[in-house]
Design a protein around this ligand. Structure first.
Ligand SMILES: [Zn+2]
Length: 372
């Protein structure tokens, strides 16, 4: 046997073992079978890569090795080598052909069975994933949960919201959580986002990956964190999904209700200077038609403060024209102002540094608005 054909044998054997059917194509023998096996094998690899549970399933691994071994041996045989099992059994040429055909059909069937099994593994959720918060089945094994690192520049106090949510569900349904230190040991993976930018507050993928938003930039395009309680409600809701709970479209007071009205920790917090005779306006970003806010202003110089129902009313004020405002929320020449006002959507706070014939001082002020 020449070196060349020896080399060719081993290439064919290895190809058939690692990439089903390619050894046949390489040998230009059983090309049709080779192409069929290659296509089935590629689909199988695709499924395994999309779901690691499949890739590491022992039946799938064992079946794959079995197919690879058979194909490698067949490539070895087709390269002109003789393989004998259980001593010498001599068969007629016709019988050999029939056995070979049966072998080919069986191996294709085995690959198809493995493929179907992999698909079934991907489609059918794991036992731990089918727990519904309404069910009261006894769980002996805790659900492991990995809490990802917190985004830079966000107060770490929010991290506790997911732990509080774990105890919430432990109290309400028969479930146990265990926090783990690595992603790989976790059944559930919690990720934090400063914001999604889509109006979404959180989502849960395949009952496995929980994404939670901590704030948004919907108010005056500046990022603001939500209140701890808002993040807690998001975390409880998403963890409910991880346990198999579905969105509730009927009961707004239930944790699985599909909507949540968020609150910012602080709606507006500003420090600025108003020159003598000038005005400033800060709109309030309420999602409700009517909301109650607490306004707090401290200033180095006395200011006139008005809560106006719209930007238009503020513009009238700035032009020294007649304007509408919430009379009970008015502050005249005050250095410290604190009021709780119920206002309609579109309202804002107007600050005016009243001039003393252009001889007054700049007013350095701090403003804080919190929904109450
Ligand atoms: Zn939901």
């Amino acid at each position: 046997m020449s070196n060349k054909s020896h080399k060719k044998t081993w290439i064919a054997v290895l190809l058939n073992f690692f990439i089903y059917g390619v050894g046949y194509i390489y040998l230009r023998k059983k090309i049709g079978l080779g192409v069929l096996l290659l296509i089935l094998g590629l689909i199988d690899v695709g499924i395994s890569f999309s779901n690691l549970d499949v890739a590491f399933n022992s039946y799938v691994v064992f079946g794959g090795l079995l197919v690879g071994t058979y194909l490698a041996l067949d490539a070895y045989r087709l390269s002109g080598h003789k393989i004998t099992f259980l001593g010498e059994i001599s068969l007629g040429e016709t019988s050999e052909k029939i056995i070979e055909k049966i072998g080919d059909v069986l191996i294709v069937l085995l690959v198809i069975v493995l493929l179907i099994y992999s698909m079934v593994l991907t489609i059918i959720p794991k036992e731990t994933k089918s727990i519904s918060p309404q069910q009261t089945d006894i769980r002996t094994k805790p659900i492991t949960i990995y809490i990802d690192k917190f985004p830079y520049g966000v107060d770490k106090k929010y991290e506790n919201s997911i732990r509080e949510s774990m105890s919430f569900w432990e109290k309400n349904v028969n479930v146990n959580f265990k926090e783990v230190a690595t992603f790989s040991e976790a059944d559930v993976y919690v990720k934090w986002f400063k914001e999604f930018g889509t109006g979404t507050l959180g989502h849960t993928l395949n009952q496995k990956v929980i994404d939670i938003a901590i704030g948004d930039s919907n108010c005056l395009e500046k990022w603001r964190p939500y209140t701890y309680n808002t993040v807690l409600l998001i975390a409880q809701h998403e963890l409910g999904h991880a346990l198999g709970g579905k969105d509730d479209y009927e009961n707004p007071n239930k944790i699985m209700y599909y909507k949540l009205s968020t609150r910012y920790e602080i709606d507006v917090e500003e420090s600025d200077v108003i020159p003598d005779g000038w005005t400033r306006f800060y709109p309030i970003c309420t999602k409700n038609d009517i909301a109650t806010y607490s306004f707090e202003v401290t200033s180095g110089e006395p200011l006139d403060i008005y809560i106006v129902p719209s930007q238009q009313e503020y513009e009238l004020l700035a032009k020294n024209k007649e304007f509408k405002h919430y009379a009970t929320c008015e502050g005249k020449e005050v250095k410290f102002y604190k009021k709780v006002c119920t206002i309609s959507s579109g309202s804002g706070i107007a600050l005016k540094n009243p001039t003393t014939f252009g001889l007054g001082s700049d007013a350095q002020f701090n403003l804080k608005i919190i929904e109450s």
